[in-house]
Unconditional design. Structure first.
Length: 155
């Protein structure tokens, strides 16, 4: 769920690659060969980044610090916290202003049109209109996003 971090790591040089990175949480199994090559490469990078961070000792230790009832959601909570810190300190990490960068990310997704996974296509208008990626910079917005996520989880 760390959309901003995946967009940041993808860069803004290739919109299709950026879109693939953002699609990674919505694509299961082997990416469809009908997808553009850059989108498939973005999905693969997304998965490699997730695998790396999930195995990282600091992340593992952070997950263990969550009390048992919340440990199942620890990965999601940490991802959103990481996006908050990245968004909050964006100017220290990227030369492009955050709202400009995020507009480019939404445009990259919109350009994929028919290739978007249905769940992502359904939320993209709200994501863009509410500028979810830039909203992570605000602590209260991040907390509200976590609360919305908690309401959707079954446990």
């Amino acid at each position: 769920m760390n959309f901003l971090a995946h967009a940041y790591l993808a860069g803004d040089d290739d919109p299709a690659f950026l879109a693939g990175n953002l699609m990674g949480d919505f694509v299961r199994g082997t990416p469809d060969p009908a997808l553009p090559a850059a989108v498939r490469a973005g999905i693969r990078l997304h998965r490699r980044v997730d695998a790396f961070t999930d195995r990282h000792p600091v992340v593992r230790d952070a997950r263990r610090r969550f009390p048992p009832p919340h440990r199942r959601a620890a990965g999601i909570i940490l991802d959103m916290a990481f996006d908050h810190f990245l968004a909050r300190d964006w100017a220290s990490h990227h030369p492009t202003a955050l709202p400009t960068f995020t507009r480019g990310a939404y445009t990259a997704l919109e350009r994929q049109g028919r290739h978007l996974p249905p769940r992502l296509a359904a939320i993209l208008p709200r994501m863009r209109d509410g500028d979810w990626l830039a909203a992570y910079a605000d602590f209260d917005s991040t907390v509200a996003a976590l609360e919305r996520m908690a309401a959707r989880l079954s446990r």
